[in-house]
Design a protein around this ligand. Sequence first.
Ligand code: LAG
Ligand code: CA
Length: 456
Amino acid sequence: NVTLNARQNPTEVIIQMFGWSWDSIAAECEAFIGPAGYSWVQVSPPQEHITGGQWWTEYQPVSYKIQSKRGNRSQFQNMVSRCRNSGVRIIADAVINHMSAINSGTGVGGSSFSQFNYPGIYQRQDFHTCNRNGNNDIMNYNDRYEVQNCELNNLADLATESDYVRGKIAAYLNDLLSLGVEGLRIDAAKHIPTGDISNILSRLSRVVYITQEVIFGPGEPILPSEYTRNGDVQEFRYTYTLRDAFLGGTINNLRDFSTWGWVAGGQANAFVANHDTERDHFATPLKYDSPNNAYVLAHVFSLAHPYGQPSVLSGYSWSNFDTGAPDNGAGRCSGSGGSGGWLCQHRWLAISAMVGFRRTVGTAALNNWQSPANNRIAFGRGTTGFVAINRATSAWTGTFTTSLPNGSYCDVISGNPVNGACSGFAVNVSGGRFTATIPALSALAVHTGARGTGTG
Ligand code: LAG
Ligand code: CA
């Protein structure tokens, strides 16, 4: 039995840099991401794709040339090495279930193609024809065959059971690995039988981190748990639970997910939002501009809670589903924010502060859970960290029980230690207790890596 998944340390944090160019990611790894203590960046699909201004053109491959809207092969390689020199590893978004949906054209790298005919790579026989629904599209998610053999959004569905197709996909992924990629996000994994993914991964030249997009649907036959044999699984039940909790305001049910039927925390990639969920057509999404500071508070929770391998979504503001990245992905951040449409959520103070919190608490168990109201929770992580989240619209003054050692700590949400003094609030722990006031719709987080004195 080969170990296919290099599971990273669950205290490490991934940023999904949605729509960022390779050059701008390289610069941001050096300027902020590495120094802030993030460990991974998940980048947009790097292979050649259809032309067009919409963000989703990158999910329609036309060849496996490393050339996309976000940059060419040498820019990609330069990003990987500059990020690695900053202590940051790259996860590539691997679109391997399908090729394009449009009839014919020329890709962003100059390759001519028509649907089901990608010269030098795939021909008609390398794709499924599921013979359902008139147009071969997936309609019925309760039918396993259809979900895995018909077309997702008309996208030409690869015959991943074929040795030839598996070999071509593996060659593409090995090319990425040769450029220094250390992780893969398997796009549309639910639409590929888990055994096909296992076979493809068994052909990789080395073990890398794997996270698979398997969107749980109630009652559907294909389950996220089928895919844990290959690596981590993106647990969308976590994403939807946090959305409902932080948008709705009831957060006191988030203590322990181990009996909820989800994939185990040790095999879950857990996030507040990704590029699809922030654009959800079917429910009000939790996104960067959600009311009640919900995006920030949900990230504070996600980075404080031990469940899963956390990802932070960092992207751009948009008003229409299709809107592509500004500046074709140049990316601009400064201080704790961004400009030109770039949001730079990974720099937002509360979010970046929690990266240090997560590193400090390591794998320590959740303890000292306290919740005096359904919109207020507080908990510790062993003897090294403690967080309080106030989703209420009024300030919360409380006395908290903690396992932190006696001493004075800086609230990293409001500031940092500067020469021994906290630039924000301070907390004094004495005899396993402290008293603090958490402002409305805000949070407080203290850990042993950020001691300092000041006022509460
Ligand atoms: C994924 N996971 O399974 C990606 O996370 C998701 O973003 C991808 O869809 C999907 N799989 C295919 O890789 C995205 C957009 C779709 C877009 C698709 C292909 O969410 O909206 O479809 O990429 O570019 C677009 C149009 C559709 C149209 C289709 C084919 O939006 O209306 O039917 O293209 O022309
Ligand atoms: Ca498929």
